[in-house]
Ligand binder design. Structure first.
Ligand code: G6P
Length: 623
């Protein structure tokens, strides 16, 4: 996972120069609003003090606070927009975080994997904690390290060697006026080089109105910034040259990371999102660590049935969960659209576990299903992307996906991280219930750990898919076929096309073809076929190969998504899209990506706004 760069979460901006830092930082935070956030805060140095203002909710709340309680006009400060991962989105959990003496302030993007152990050690040593965040451990570690060296950059290097996970960190200290120190591992950080002033930010959008000259920090590097320059070192103190470059994006392109639409940026962020969702949840020994979910292993051993409820793309993730749970945990699993679930008489009791999957955590149909399940005595586990949202609060346990904010209405990175989450839950059930031997769980854990890299590989080879999409821009319909876990992928591919391109599209279980849908096939109808891996369940592969021949014989234009090295498909594929080899159950993580790219490119070719498809809402809070 080391190659991945987690950029999907919080917004960071720091300033040192002649202007009042509070104004420059607030302006930078406004520029980062597009990333999505649930709280914000600013700290500035003022002589002997670090002055701090933080507020949950939109930036307007922080601005109101600043109006009644203004910050001093010093030239050194930092600010943060938070997307909650550890701890609810409250004022106290908002960044910056301070040490015990209010001498230093720190902001963070990413996840500190070993925060629980460090927190326990720091508490033991007498530190006082004021938030539930993983970040606050860094404030206290820096306090001790600065106490020893009296040098903020040295203290940051010392701390970076003690923490695991992904992080962009920025800190200021009252005893180091005119200095901002940043550090990064697996999460981006960039320095803006101005004239007598400098910026440190999570992305260039934060400072692009002030300067287009930037310095990129490399992996495992620390930067010490003053108004006149920046010194970059490795974590062990070797001085290195950062890469200087000129930013030629305008502000709106900068917000979208250079992409035309947020959704395209979100598709590209999927390796990071998958890596973030796995972070700290897989051990090196090949087991799963899901203690944070509040799932009591004793209760899980008593569960005799699982019911998954969800809507839209999350429902498709639920369909895939069924295959994983039945296979790894050996438990019966039903999957139901949340809007249907509460209007029948589901048989549930306290031995039932209901899994509610929702990106937003606010979908009313899913919330109502959760309440219905709880009334019947079932336990509810939420799989959710928005920390502190309603569905996790109404549930007994929660596993957060860490896709970061998703702005495009159609689910992409949230869907792929929901898949990761359901695999984690299914394997965890197998682990605690002993239905799988440890070595079998370990094998899948290692496969899962490799998925961010595989997703990145798929994304690098998508140009031919865009070309196919452009050619099909005026097709009246597109059909999608799959079997086993490829069937929900086919449904998701069809949904993406309906949502984004406003085209008729249907996904089918390939075995059902002969029972009706084959009547739709005529000359030139595009049929996208999600092939299962040829190894593993070979019977699935040969069956789908036969289905492919059936549709082709009737004139279909076949677009085949198949694993590298699967030569058997070649004679029957008009277009062939390769995905890397993964275990059969994990294949949706890679095979859905070409379908997202296909739908978005087709939509763009048809002149649609892929971020805001007509008639749709990101989160549907009506029934
Ligand atoms: C809306 C969105 C879909 C999403 C569905 C469920 O319909 O347009 O993309 O899959 O809601 O949303 P949730 O937030 O519960 O995952």
């Amino acid at each position: 996972m080391a190659a991945s760069t987690l950029s999907v979460m919080c917004g960071i901006v720091a300033y040192v120069g002649a202007r009042p830092a509070k104004d420059v930082v607030l302006e930078g935070l406004r520029r980062l609003e597009y990333r999505g956030y649930d709280s914000a805060g600013i700290a500035v140095l003022d002589g002997e003090e670090v002055e701090l203002r933080r507020k949950a909710g939109p930036l307007a709340n922080l601005e109101e606070l600043l109006a009644v309680s203004p910050l001093p006009s010093s030239g050194t400060g930092l600010g943060h927009t938070r997307w909650a991962t550890h701890g609810a989105p409250t004022d106290d959990n908002a960044h910056p975080h301070l040490d015990c003496k209010n001498a230093l302030a720190v902001i963070h993007n990413g996840v500190i994997e070993n925060h629980a152990t460090l927190r326990a050690q720091l508490l033991e040593a007498g530190h006082r904690f004021r938030s539930e965040t993983d970040t606050e451990v860094v404030a206290h570690l820096l306090e001790d390290a600065f106490g020893q060296s009296g040098d903020l950059a040295q203290a940051m290097r010392d701390v970076c060697r003690m923490i695991d996970g992904s992080f962009s960190l920025v800190a200021v200290h009252r005893d180091a006026p005119g200095v901002v120190v940043g550090a990064r591992r697996n999460s981006p950080l960039v320095v803006g080089v101005g004239d007598g002033e400098m910026f440190v930010a999570s992305d260039v959008a934060a400072f692009i109105s002030a300067t287009r000259d930037a310095l990129e920090l490399g992996q495992d590097q620390v930067v010490c910034v003053t108004p006149s320059g920046a010194e970059v070192t490795t974590f062990d103190g070797t001085v290195v040259n950062g890469r200087r470059y000129h930013v030629d994006w305008d502000i709106s392109a900068a917000e979208k990371g250079g992409y035309d639409y947020f959704m395209l940026k979100e598709i590209a962020e999927q390796p990071d999102a998958v890596a973030a969702t796995l972070l700290g949840r897989l051990t090196h020994e090949g087991t799963l660590a899901l203690d944070e979910t509040r799932l009591d292993p004793r209760l899980l051993r008593d569960v005799d049935k699982i019911v998954v409820v969800a809507c839209g793309s999350a429902y498709h993730a639920g369909l895939i969960a069924k295959y994983a749970i039945e296979h790894w945990a050996g438990l019966p699993c039903e999957v139901e659209l949340a809007s249907e679930f509460r209007y029948r008489d589901p048989i549930l009791d306290k031995q039932s576990l209901v899994i509610a999957i929702s990106q937003s955590g606010e979908t009313l149909d899913t919330l109502m299903a959760v309440q219905h399940a709880k009334e019947m005595g079932a336990r509810v586990l939420a799989i959710c992307n928005v920390n502190g949202s309603t569905i996790p609060r109404a549930s007994d346990a929660v596993l957060y996906t860490r896709a970061g904010p998703e702005i495009g209405v159609a689910a992409t990175k949230s869907f792929v991280t929901q898949l990761v989450a359901v695999y984690l839950v299914a394997l965890y059930l197998g682990q605690v219930r002993g239905t799988k031997f440890g070595d079998e769980v370990a094998e899948v854990v290692h496969e899962l750990a490799a998925t961010p890299e595989k997703v990145a590989q798929v994304l690098q080879t998508m140009e031919p898919v865009r070309e196919i999409a452009r050619q099909l821009a005026s097709a009246p319909t597109v059909l999608f076929l799959g079997r086993h876990v490829g069937y929900p992928v086919a449904l998701e591919g069809a949904l993406k096309l309906k949502e984004l391109a406003y085209m008729h599209a249907e996904g089918f279980a390939a075995g059902e073809l002969k029972h009706g849908p084959i009547a739709l096939i005529e000359r030139g109808v595009p049929v996208v076929i999600v092939m299962p891996p040829p190894t593993g369940r070979a019977v699935l592969h040969s069956k789908l190969l036969a289905n492919m021949q059936e549709v082709r014989a009737r004139g279909a234009y076949t677009i085949v998504i198949a694993e590298e090295g699967d030569t058997a498909v070649e004679p029957y594929a008009d277009e062939l899209v390769r995905v890397p080899r993964v275990a059969t159950l994990l294949q949706p993580i890679v095979s859905v990506i070409p379908l997202q790219v296909f739908a978005s490119e087709l939509a763009v070719a048809r002149g649609n706004n892929v971020d805001r498809p007509r008639n749709l809402a990101k989160s549907v809070t009506v029934e």
